[in-house]
Design a protein around this ligand. Structure first.
Ligand code: TXA
Ligand code: MG
Length: 318
């Protein structure tokens, strides 16, 4: 099992040696390695059983560092970073050769992000290199939002988990890039589309693409919980599955009579729902239920990112 602790020095020592360390961020826990050391980065792919075509996000301690790793920073990228960093926004920019091809899966762009978590920021400030970090879960499974989640699934494969408590955003970062000067969202996440568009104007969304994994976070069944997951009208789905032991995941007020019921946010608060989403999906996995019935949340602000995860969970073949 991994050691769980708050020792930033120890985490830094391990990373300098080329080892993996799980790190807290405001979105989800990451599985970090020295981004400039291809050998260290290889360990990430093995531990997660992640295919090499799925590129990694590079985490930096501040916007000033970005120019060390990318050859061009577009004016909109500067504005976005000023507005949202440190925070849940990953920006794709043309990479410099100092970033190993393994990190970007051979693509010309690298995703950079400055995470908003005091322990990880302080860790990054002590390092002379940035860290590559995907979410710290086996490939295809739900992302971890606590140190224990990481321990449960990857504890055998890593020496240390830096414990920063529960993630305060709870869903992954939003990913933006540009194609012929047109801003494109490749993944909806902790910063809403509306908030981005205030700065960039209308964005194109490329989502749910399985044929062209520009950001394989978009692979349709990427947030696979362990149980059959049905999305729709809770009441009708409960009727249709009356003979089965079903868990129910709801949002907002409502009168649901079920022994295995979790509510993303009784007050109908989308931030709270995002924070709860992945830990609740994990809870159902350990509950004695055959399937999970859930409903979509309002398609606005963070709700779009939450619905995206719910739809992918529902798209997973069981
Ligand atoms: O919030 C987050 O972004 C978390 C924390 C740990 O920072 N990280 C995260 O990493 O969610 P991961 O690897 O689970 O998802 C990152 C997504 C992947 O789907 C990957 O394909 C996409 O970002 N991505 C990374 N670099 C890319 C690149 N150069 N071009 C296109 N997509 C990229
Ligand atoms: Mg992931």
């Amino acid at each position: 099992m991994a050691i769980i602790g708050k020792d930033i020095q120890y985490a830094a020592t391990l990373l300098k040696e080329g080892s993996l360390v799980a790190i807290p961020t405001e979105t989800v826990y990451g599985l970090a390695a020295n981004a400039l050391d291809a050998e260290a980065v290889t360990k990430i792919f093995s531990a997660k059983q992640r295919p090499h075509f799925d590129p990694l996000i590079v985490h930096v301690s501040s916007f000033e560092k970005v120019s060390d790793y990318v050859s061009e920073i577009y004016p909109h990228a500067i504005k976005l970073a000023k507005e949202f960093w440190p925070g849940p926004l990953t920006i794709l920019l043309p990479k410099k050769s100092i970033i190993p091809d393994l990190v970007t899966s051979g693509l010309d762009r690298v995703g950079v992000r400055c995470p908003d978590h005091p322990l990880t920021l302080s860790l990054l400030q002590q390092l002379t290199f940035p860290v590559a970090a995907p979410s710290a879960n086996p490939f295809g499974y739900v992302s971890p939002t606590s140190a224990q989640h990481v321990q449960d699934q990857l504890g055998e494969k890593i020496p240390y988990i830096l414990d920063g408590g529960n993630c305060k955003v709870g869903i992954e970062s939003t990913i933006i890039g540009w194609e012929n000067d047109q801003p494109v969202l490749y993944r909806l996440g902790g910063i809403s589309q509306e908030a981005i568009e205030k700065i960039t104007g209308p964005v194109k969304r490329i989502m749910h693409s399985t044929s062209q994994p520009q950001a394989p976070g978009q692979l349709t069944s990427h947030y696979a919980p362990g149980k059959k997951f049905l999305l729709g009208n809770i009441e009708s789905l409960m009727k249709e599955n009356a003979g089965k032991k079903a868990g129910v995941l709801s949002f907002g007020k409502g009168n649901i009579q079920n022994d295995y019921h979790l509510n993303l946010s009784e007050n109908g608060n989308l931030e709270e729902a995002a924070r709860n989403l992945f830990s609740m999906l994990r809870k159902f996995d350990s509950m004695n239920v055959d399937l999970v019935i859930a409903e979509e949340v309002p398609e606005e602000g963070l709700g779009k990112a939450i619905n995206d995860r719910l739809r992918r969970a529902a798209a997973t073949p069981q």
